[in-house]
Ligand binder design. Structure first.
Ligand code: SF4
Ligand code: SF4
Length: 205
């Protein structure tokens, strides 16, 4: 599969997942707290290169690859107290404040990765194959009743997208790019470098 076809294949997986999550949300009435971006603030998010190929392709088309590579590079700062390079680790697409200064958001939401789409409204399985809702503290605390109903209905067989299934779909597109998880900014950086180099040479032919 050519890189362009892989990008389209990843987008097709995202479309399926988005449809399934919308169905789950409609059935359970569970949703994110308005304006919340708490899960994006974690410095430990890991992602694959493959899931950020659509983002990289979008930034390549918009001529923004260098801008974002610089943003990622500039997240590294020198800590003068011990001369170590430190990085806050927070996703480069995350804007900490809305114009009203209250909360944060994803600046290129349409091209967010698989992990970003899955979190909150998908399931893992336990050793007996029972589906377990993988969601956040904010949903549990703010929508406790709907959360508990959702957990109960999943136990009784209600539909929910399975995280595992979507990783398998990604492996089928490209095992190398879809398997190893990296800190999110490193995954974005490698996706940008791969896409930019590939289309640079493709356009020379
Ligand atoms: S999944 Fe949870 S933490 Fe993330 S935006 Fe939604 S409500 Fe907030
Ligand atoms: S890509 Fe967007 S949704 Fe995903 S972690 Fe970064 S800011 Fe959050």
């Amino acid at each position: 599969m050519e890189l362009g076809e892989k990008i389209q294949a990843v987008k097709a997986v995202f479309d399926i997942l988005d449809t399934e999550i919308a169905l789950f949300q409609e059935n359970t009435k569970l949703g994110c707290k308005s304006g919340c971006g708490e899960c994006c603030k974690k410095p430990t998010i890991e992602a694959t290169i493959l899931e950020f190929l659509p983002l990289a392709f979008y930034l390549h088309k918009e001529n923004l690859v260098e801008v974002f590579l610089d943003k990622i590079k500039n997240k590294n700062v020198l800590d003068n107290t011990n001369n170590e390079v430190i990085n806050d680790g927070i996703c480069v697409l995350f804007a900490p404040f809305l114009p009203n200064g209250k909360t944060g958001y994803c600046t290129i939401y349409e091209h967010r990765g698989l992990i970003c789409r899955l979190f909150g409204f998908s399931a893992t399985t336990d050793k007996n194959g029972q589906k377990l809702l993988a969601t956040c503290r904010i949903i549990k605390e703010n929508y406790t009743e709907d959360y508990e109903k959702a957990v109960e209905s999943i136990k009784n067989g209600a539909f929910i997208p399975l995280i595992r299934d979507f990783y398998y779909k990604m492996y089928a597109i490209d095992l190398n790019l879809g398997e190893g998880r990296l800190p999110i900014n490193e995954a974005i950086k490698r996706a940008l470098e791969l896409v930019d180099t590939y289309f640079y040479y493709a356009n020379q032919e």
